[in-house]
Design a protein around this ligand. Structure first.
Ligand code: PMP
Length: 427
């Protein structure tokens, strides 16, 4: 993107218009936590609520039909965006956390005698293994710990190397014929490391393991085709990809979604209910009980449309230049430790650093005073931080609207924090 294209893109975001970024306004480097929304997304939600609001898939009125059309249209748009062959492979969830729980809790139900036709393929018990990595966000960790505890399966993980990454060889060594589930992040929200998904899926498939991909930090930044990657399940959040809060996505291969029982049940998701039992609809509606967040779904459809028009592939190239700028600035500054690979071809989207001698919360407060908005803490990845020998870090993340100036302000502010706190810079 040329600087003019970036400023055109930024002009589409009321948040950036509300904060004068040429002056002392904030440098927004926290898209990995949540992104800002373009007017097109806010308008789509508002227009829907003002003109077409109705509960979907209920009743026969024209208004319901129109709302249902918008709801299902967004499903088709999201399906096309992530390489799903059919819209039925897209399940609406609250966020990525919820999407991952739909899978883990559903497999728990399958093993508690509450399965549907085909649920045997999710059988888990003593001697079976659930495999994750030490780099996972808690959302792709705790649900699997609990599923292992419930079913008696063994919980195992691929330890990270010194830089917080793990390799195909590490996965090869960890996968065994007893591995039934392999859950991992496409892109780490701390190291930015991009996992070789297609190769990992091939390894997992060779031992018969179901793959679950946490795609929270990949889908907003690079073109992702779940069908081509071959993953069984994948999860991501709307609010990290210019969309609304309260809407997330679970992608699944049709035969696996069909074999997964619902963990949450109630109205709308059923075909026949008696006083003794219930039969469930096919996916995706099986997993969407209760009144749905229709305006958020419509907003997510608009976000996909916005990203597609902006040209994600081109945006990815520019974002990568910004990541290279961040990595160069961090690695050439004494006293800053870059988490994750120094080789920028292995990473995208974000950089987290540890500042020698200064607590991340002090860094965060100093940066905030400089108008540089970042995320500090453990980023919901405590085990990864522990493995790296630290308790917290400072993360700057980029998005398609990030400017070089914002990156430079972050780097300057980091160096300012080092001076202010008298940090050890000879490290
Ligand atoms: N996984 C990763 C890699 C993330 O970065 C996040 C968001 N911090 C999540 C899962 C959870 O996303 P959400 O809070 O939207 O459910």
């Amino acid at each position: 993107f040329t600087p003019a294209e970036v400023s055109d893109l930024r002009a589409a975001f009321p948040y950036f218009a509300a904060h004068d970024l040429s002056g002392d306004g904030p440098a927004y480097l926290d898209a990995a936590a949540t992104s800002q929304r373009p007017a097109a997304v806010l308008d789509a939600e508002r227009r829907f609520l003002e003109t077409a609001n109705a509960a979907v898939h209920r009743g026969t009125s024209g208004a319901v039909g129109e709302a249902t059309g918008a709801f299902e249209g967004a499903r088709a748009a999201v399906a096309a965006f992530v390489g799903a062959a059919t819209p039925e492979q897209i399940v609406w969830a609250e966020n990525a956390t919820d999407a991952l729980n739909i899978v883990a809790l559903g497999i728990g139900e399958a093993n508690a005698g509450l399965g549907v036709a085909g649920s045997e393929r999710f059988a888990l018990g003593a001697g079976d293994e659930i495999l994750v990595t030490e780099a996972e966000h808690h959302a792709n960790l705790i649900p699997w710990q609990r599923l292992a505890a419930k079913t008696g399966a063994t919980f195992t993980y691929i330890p990270v190397r010194e830089d917080g990454t793990w390799t195909l060889d590490d996965a090869r060594a960890a996968l065994t014929p007893r591995t039934k589930i392999f859950a991992f992040a496409h892109v780490s929200n701390v190291t930015g490391y991009v996992a070789p998904v297609a190769e990992l899926v091939e390894l997992a498939r060779a031992v018969g393991a179901v793959t679950v991909l946490d795609a929270c930090q990949s889908v907003p930044h690079i073109p992702v085709d779940f069908g081509a990657l071959g993953v069984d399940f994948a999860a991501f959040s709307g609010h990290k990809m210019l969309g609304p809060n309260g809407i997330g996505v679970l992608y699944g291969r049709p035969e696996l979604l069909a074999a997964l029982p619902p963990a949450r049940t109630g109205g709308s998701a059923i075909t026949r209910v008696t006083m003794e039992s219930a039969e469930f609809m096919p996916p995706p509606l099986r997993f969407e009980p209760g009144t749905q967040p229709v305006s958020q779904v419509v907003g997510l459809g608009a976000a996909v449309d916005f990203i597609t028009r902006a040209d994600l592939a081109r945006a990815a190239v520019r974002e990568h230049e910004l990541v290279e700028r961040l990595v160069a600035g961090i690695t050439e500054t004494p006293g800053l430790r870059l988490l994750g690979p120094a080789d920028t071809s292995q990473r995208i989207a974000l950089t987290a650093v540890s500042v020698a001698g200064v607590h991340a919360h002090d860094v965060g407060q100093f940066l905030d005073e400089q108008g540089v908005l970042v995320r500090v803490g453990h980023h919901c990845a405590q085990p990864l931080h522990r493995a790296l020998g630290i308790t917290s870090s400072t993360r700057a993340s980029v998005h398609l609207t990030t400017t070089e100036d914002e990156v430079d302000r972050f780097l300057d502010a980091l160096r300012g924090a080092q001076r202010y706190f008298g940090a050890e810079v000879s490290a």
